[in-house]
Design a protein around this ligand. Structure first.
Ligand code: NDP
Length: 245
């Protein structure tokens, strides 16, 4: 696959559904080459084929963001194939909500592994490449849960507070060369709440998520941050339903 010289190479984790999928479609429509990563490769294969059929440019790799080597391989394969990584979107996330006294330790670990370690591994994989070029953009997806806490969401919010802290710290350290962007969605249609095993938390979330925006709304915010001139860093955006959370 021969890319044009000025065509941005954008890597997206968690591209098999929801916000990641919508972002892949929109960025490809705007001429960027998207590299899709997630565990469900059947979905990625279909999405890449749909993007190509619509005239866009995409490829995909199976990826588990909780495995640092896997993330490194994902990034290095794209770099080898295309000669550069312009944008890394650390989007993969999980949200199995429950009260702390339900003691769902495995779910706490999974949230920490995917939402925090996954983002750190994504940063670790692209940062040396971007530092050599003194260019690039890292976009981390947090949440309105990065700004406030509510019952059943303590651990999820903790992971998103962490994403916000990591992103701001990264911006302060490398922001002179590399653009660093935090995008925090409010309630957005996706499969995110499907992984809630706790019945009460699931019922409460159903109510909370009654008003949701389409994932394309988050994709448009991400696109906005990417298409700014190289000397403009959109460092933080919150995008939520007008009449919801
Ligand atoms: P989805 O559940 O639709 O998508 C989550 C994506 O993450 C999937 O593509 C999934 O792919 C991927 N993923 C999960 N675990 C892993 C893993 N171990 N390795 C690689 N990929 C993984 O939810 P959203 O699109 O809503 O979520 C995207 C981001 O947006 C998340 O960070 C979420 O916290 C955040 N967010 C979403 C909000 C919402 O209301 N939807 C609100 C605020 C923030 P696969 O299972 O194939 O690996």
């Amino acid at each position: 696959m021969q890319l044009q010289e000025n065509q941005k190479v954008v890597l997206i984790t968690g591209a098999s559904s929801g916000i990641g999928e919508a972002t892949a479609r929109l960025l490809a429509q705007h001429g960027m080459h998207v590299v899709l990563g997630a565990r469900r490769t059947d979905r990625l294969e279909l999405l890449a084929a749909q993007i190509r059929a619509a005239g866009g440019s995409a490829d995909f790799h199976g990826l588990d963001v909780t495995d640092a080597d896997d993330v490194q391989t994902f990034v290095l394969a794209a770099h080898k194939q295309h000669g550069r990584v312009d944008v890394m979107i650390n989007n993969a996330g999980v949200m199995p909500l429950s009260r702390l006294d339900a003691l769902k330790l495995k779910e706490w670990d999974r949230m920490l592994d995917v939402n925090v370690r996954g983002v750190l591994y994504g940063i670790a994989a692209v940062l040396p490449l971007m530092q050599v070029r003194r260019a690039g953009q890292i976009i981390n997806i947090a949440s309105i849960g990065a700004y406030t806490v509510s019952p059943t969401a303590a651990v999820y919010c903790a992971t998103k507070f962490a994403v916000a802290a990591i992103t701001e710290g990264l911006r302060q350290e490398v922001g002179g060369d590399i653009r660093v962007t935090l995008v925090s969605p409010g309630v957005t249609e996706s499969e995110l709440a499907d992984g809630i095993s706790d019945e009460q938390a699931r019922a409460e979330m159903k109510e909370f998520r009654k008003v949701a925006i389409a994932p394309d709304a988050i994709a448009r915010a991400i696109l906005f941050a990417i298409v700014q001139p190289a000397d403009v860093d959109v460092s933080e955006m919150v995008v939520r339903p007008t009449a919801g959370h």
